[in-house]
Each structure stands twice: as structure tokens, then as C-alpha cells.
Design a binder for this molecule. Structure first.
Ligand SMILES: [Zn+2]
Length: 148
């Protein structure tokens, strides 16, 4: 089942210009791996709580100049979580500074949503788990931007 993005989301239908600088240079890279929740790191991106029970990916275009100027940290990135710390018990996950900094340069209005689907939960605990992850993402990003 396809779902439409809510009207108040900023995202474009298609990533037609560089999400960082707005250039329509043909020599550009398209990244379409980043999880929808991470749009919260982009300028004007909705918070994870606004993503709600939906899943999907974000697609954005980036011109060669911005790409080589640091946005390439997002190449094939699915999340902005740092690799260290992942899966270690008792340790909260941490953000990858380079990836967050790159995402923070992007304008959500120039990115597009792909594969938007409702999240199917098999159980209440599963739903709770996703909720708490969203909250963790939100507070990590809040802290990151407060420090930055
Ligand atoms: Zn650019």
C-alpha cells in the first residue's frame, strides 16, 4: 500500500537540484539510501515524531562541488549513526559527526521521499521499540545541533 506524504512535509516530488546549494548542474550525484527519519537533520526536515508510523527513504541530488566539499560523507549512508558503539550492550548509539554535518547542509525542500510505506507492527512492544528509537534519534540530533 502506498501512502502519500503529509501536506505539511517540506519534501519535493523529485530531487531536481543540489540539496545543499540549489545548483542544477548536471554533474551531480543522487543518494537515495538515507532513512526517512534522518530528514530531521536537514534544514526544515520534519522531526522523527512527525514521521510517525511510516518508513521510507530520502533521495537527494548533490552537485560535484558540494559533494567533494563534504556531502560525500553521506555516500550510501542509510543512517547518521556512527559505526562505533553499534551493537554494544549498554552503550547508546552515537551520531557520526561528518554525516550529520553533511545532512545539516541539505535543504529538506530539495530532497524527495521514496518508498513511503506504513510501518507494520506485529506487536505493541515492537511499536514501543520504534517509538523509543525515534525519541533517541530526536534527542541526539537536538543535542548535536545545540552543541554545534
Ligand atoms: Zn551544490
Amino acid at each position: 500500500m502506498d501512502v502519500e506524504p503529509p501536506d505539511d512535509w517540506p519534501y519535493a516530488d523529485e530531487p531536481s537540484v543540489c540539496a545543499a546549494c540549489g545548483s542544477d548542474d548536471d554533474r551531480s550525484v543522487v543518494v537515495d539510501s538515507l532513512g526517512l527519519v534522518w530528514g530531521a537533520a536537514m534544514r526544515g526536515g520534519p522531526a522523527p515524531s512527525e514521521v510517525g508510523d511510516r518508513t521510507g527513504t530520502l533521495a537527494f541530488r548533490c552537485c560535484r562541488d558540494c559533494w567533494e566539499d563534504g556531502v560525500d560523507a553521506l555516500e550510501d549512508a542509510r543512517t547518521l549513526v556512527a559505526h562505533e558503539g553499534r551493537g554494544e550492550p549498554g552503550r547508546p548509539f552515537a551520531l557520526d559527526d561528518e554525516k550529520v554535518a553533511a545532512a545539516a547542509r541539505l535543504d529538506a525542500e530539495r530532497a524527495a521521499v521514496r518508498d513511503l510505506r506504513p510501518l507494520e507492527f506485529r506487536s505493541d512492544p515492537e511499536r514501543e521499540h520504534v517509538r523509543s528509537q525515534d525519541e533517541a534519534v530526536e534527542s541526539l540530533l537536538d543535542a548535536w545541533f545545540a552543541d554545534g
